[in-house]
Design a binder for this molecule. Structure first.
Ligand SMILES: [Zn+2]
Length: 330
């Protein structure tokens, strides 16, 4: 793996914070796989690439809130504007003159504020735009449910879709963001794509290539549908992050066209709180300021997605350091 104090961009001087090394007090216990958490918590600047507005919250909300609370600078690049997202009925007022894309961008702004994210831009817009290129948009590729937990490609994906645009362009745009923002660590999905959404899988590909090209370590977030296997997979180190409940709930409530917040999901035991797992009833009460539900520590926030599926957004994260594999020439 690459240590936090390794040279980052061979073409320029190390970032001022590149020599930062986590102290013993910040280090995780030896019982956990230490590398990914030590690397992430030792980073002063984290750049995260997400597929759609709401993924920063649904996929990594607790993790980003945890890092922000520690004082980490977090720069968010969102690949698409979520054009294909379904809408919670009644979530947009009839007299709202904004486009759907404008509404989702405003929701994203609300979520980034709640999580403590420092800056936010879309892929294809500065600073996530390759030098000399005109600003460009990567459109939401859409999806269909293959199983209740696993998504697959939509049948009518158009030529503007993120997954059908040249990979080299998206990689070049993300590389520009890396050069401008100088992250110590890049954070993105694993190759399972959270729950298999084609854009989420594609985000992993783009992040892995840009990280390799720029010499920045990539930390992968474990996919939901691997949740059961992940408990036994020592390559992912999972941590509960219960102190993030307030920030995560606020960010979830910002995405009101995409989901409805039901309330905290109480812990059932170690490893609970993974999305899709039917955790103990939270009784619909609000999360209190300590992030605890009425029956103990909250393990997640229970929501209903726009399509009607109930989920628990975990107040935990499983992460690992991406191991670089040979990739085809781009
Ligand atoms: Zn998404």
């Amino acid at each position: 793996m690459t240590a936090p104090d390794s040279p980052q961009d061979p073409l320029s001087a190390p970032a001022p914070n590149a020599a930062h090394v986590p102290t013993a007090a910040q280090a995780p216990t030896a019982a956990q796989t230490p590398d990914a958490w030590r690397l992430l918590e030792g980073a002063q600047r984290v750049l995260t690439l997400q597929a759609h507005p709401d993924d920063e919250t649904l996929s990594t909300g607790a993790l980003l809130a945890h890092l922000a609370a520690r004082g980490t600078r977090i720069d968010l690049v969102t690949a698409t504007r979520g054009e294909e997202g379904e809408t919670v009925p009644g979530s947009i007022a009839p007299d709202d003159a904004r486009s759907f894309v404008e509404v989702r961008a405003a929701e994203l702004d609300g979520a980034t504020r709640s999580l403590g994210i420092t800056s936010s831009c879309f892929l294809g817009s500065p600073p996530a735009l390759a030098p000399g290129a005109d600003a460009r948009r990567y459109r939401d590729s859409g999806m269909r449910w293959v199983t209740p937990q696993l998504a697959g490609p939509a049948e009518d994906t158009g030529p503007d879709a993120f997954t059908r645009r040249p990979v080299a362009e998206a990689v070049a745009d993300l590389e520009a963001a890396i050069r401008a923002l100088r992250p110590d660590v890049l954070l993105s999905n694993d190759d399972g794509g959270t729950y298999g959404h084609p854009d989420h899988v594609h985000v992993h590909t783009i992040a892995a290539r840009a990280a390799a090209a720029q010499g920045v370590p990539l930390i992968e977030v474990a996919s939901y549908h691997d949740a059961d296997a992940q408990a036994d997979d020592p390559s992912f180190a999972r941590r509960e992050l219960p102190g993030t409940a307030r920030a995560v709930e606020g960010a979830l409530r910002a995405h009101r066209t995409q989901l409805t917040v039901l309330g905290p999901a109480a812990a059932e035991g170690a490893g609970s709180g993974v999305a899709g797992v039917d955790a103990a009833e939270g009784a619909g009460s609000d999360v209190d300021r300590a992030g605890r539900g009425s029956s103990g520590a909250a393990s997640g926030i229970r929501i209903v997605l726009s399509g009607g599926q109930e989920r628990v957004v975990p107040l935990s994260a499983g992460i690992r350091v991406h191991r670089e594999e040979p990739v085809d020439a781009r």
